[in-house]
Design a protein around this ligand. Structure first.
Ligand code: SF4
Length: 361
C-alpha cells in the first residue's frame, strides 16, 4: 500500500512515523497551498466546509504523487464530519481514481470495529506492534506540542522575530528523521535549550487565547498563520487545543482526555448545555476558561458554514458581555485574504492594548 492521509498542522509527523514503523510506503501530502485549495474547491460541493475542500485537494496531490490508499478519521455526531470520508471517496471515484479508503471512526464503545480498522492498516502485524507504532508517532507529536507551547511564550518576547519559528521547524524535521525514543529525548532536550537561549525583551505581553474548529486552528495555511502574526505583534498566544489533545480525547482514551471533556462540559454549561458536534462546545468553554484565567482576549477561528462553530459564534457575544472578555471571530473560506485577517487582528490587538491602559489607570 502507498498510503496517504489529510494534512493538518503537524499531524503528518505522527502518522508518517506510525505508518513507516508498520512497513508502509508513506506519501506525505504536500503542505496545503493555493494549488491545493484550488484543486479541492473546484471539485467539492460549494457549501462544503473548508476542511473538506483542502483535504480533497491534499488527496489529489498525494494521488498524483503515487498514493493508492487514504487513511482518515471519521466521526459521529451532529456535524458533517462523519460524511466526509464517503463524500470524498465518491468524488474521487467520479474523477476516475481507484483509491482505497480506510476510515477510523472514534471507538465510543465500538471497540471491535475500531480494532478491525487498526488491523487493516497493521500490514499483518500483531496488535501490540500496531499500538507500539502508534504510540511512537504520538510521542513525537507530544514533544512538538510541548515545544510549541513554550515557543508561543518566547515568540511574543523574541528580539529577532522568526527565530523561535525557525528552531521549531528545524526540530520538526529532526523528529521526523528520528527512529528511537532515545533519539527523540535528545532532540527534545536540545530544542528546549535552544528555545530558552533565544534573546528576549523584558516586556509584559498581552495574552490572547486561540480557539475554534480544530482544522482551522491547527493548520497555519488555512488560518493565515494567525499564531505567528500575533507573535510578531508581541502578543503571547495560548492555543485551546493541540493535536495530541484530540487523540487522547477521541482515539486513545486517557484520564487527561476524560478530565478535559468534563471541564469543557462544566465551563460551557451556563451557555451551552450539550455537545453540538466538532469543537463548538470547546469554543464556548474556552471563553469562560480564559476569561477566568485573566487573559486579555480570545480569537475564535471557524470555517465558513461550520455548523458547530456557527452555534458557538451566536453564543460567544453573550459570554463576552457577561464576563467582559473581548472575543474576535474570524471566518475562513477559499476567498479569505491575508490582508483582511491582518487588519482585523491589528485592530483587535489595538483594542486590547487600550483596554489594558484604561484598566491600569
Ligand atoms: S466541525 Fe465544522 S468544519 Fe469540521 S466537519 Fe464539522 S461542520 Fe465541517
Amino acid at each position: 500500500m502507498r498510503v496517504t492521509f489529510p494534512h493538518m498542522g503537524n499531524l503528518w509527523l505522527g502518522l508518517k512515523t506510525a505508518l513507516q514503523e508498520l512497513g508502509h510506503e508513506v506519501i506525505v501530502p504536500p503542505k496545503p497551498s493555493k494549488r491545493t485549495l484550488t484543486l479541492g474547491s473546484q471539485r467539492s460541493p460549494e457549501f462544503a466546509c473548508l476542511p473538506l475542500k483542502i483535504n480533497l485537494g491534499c488527496f489529489l496531490e498525494a494521488l498524483e504523487a503515487g498514493a493508492d490508499t487514504i487513511i482518515m478519521a471519521g466521526g459521529v455526531g451532529p456535524c458533517r464530519f462523519g460524511y466526509y470520508g464517503a463524500v470524498q471517496k465518491r468524488i474521487l471515484e467520479d474523477l476516475g481514481y481507484n483509491v482505497r479508503f480506510i476510515i477510523f471512526d472514534p471507538p465510543q464503545g465500538r471497540w471491535r470495529e475500531f480494532l478491525n480498522d487498526l488491523r487493516r492498516v497493521g500490514n499483518g502485524k500483531p496488535l501490540y506492534k500496531i499500538f507500539s507504532a502508534l504510540l511512537f508517532g504520538i510521542r513525537k507529536l507530544e514533544i512538538m506540542d510541548y515545544l510549541e507551547k513554550i515557543g508561543h511564550k518566547i515568540k511574543a518576547r523574541e528580539v529577532n522575530k522568526g527565530e523561535t519559528t525557525h528552531i521549531l521547524e528545524k526540530t520538526l524535521h529532526k523528529l521526523d528523521d528520528a527512529s528511537s525514543y532515545r533519539e527523540i529525548r535528545r532532540i527534545r532536550k536540545e530544542a528546549l535549550e535552544e528555545l530558552l537561549s533565544v534573546q528576549r525583551k523584558k516586556i509584559d505581553p498581552l495574552r490572547v487565547a486561540i480557539t475554534g474548529e480544530i482544522f482551522v486552528v491547527l493548520e497555519p495555511f488555512v488560518n493565515m498563520d494567525v499564531e505567528n502574526e500575533l507573535g510578531k505583534m508581541d502578543v503571547e498566544v495560548e492555543r485551546a487545543l493541540y493535536i495530541t489533545d484530540w487523540v487522547k480525547e477521541h482515539l486513545i482514551p486517557s484520564i487527561q482526555g476524560i478530565r478535559k471533556h468534563h471541564l469543557l462540559e462544566k465551563m460551557s454549561k451556563p451557555y451551552l448545555g450539550h455537545f453540538v458536534g466538532g469543537d463548538g462546545q470547546l469554543s464556548v468553554a474556552s471563553a469562560v476558561i480564559y476569561a477566568k484565567r485573566k487573559f486579555h482576549g480570545m480569537v475564535h477561528l471557524m470555517p465558513f458554514t461550520c455548523m458547530p462553530e456557527i452555534i458557538a459564534q451566536s453564543i460567544l457575544p453573550r459570554v463576552s458581555k457577561d464576563l467582559s472578555f473581548p472575543v474576535l471571530t474570524l471566518v475562513f473560506d477559499e476567498h479569505t485574504g491575508k490582508a483582511g485577517v491582518l487588519t482585523r487582528l491589528e485592530a483587535f490587538v489595538d483594542l486590547l492594548q487600550r483596554r489594558r491602559v484604561v484598566e491600569v489607570h
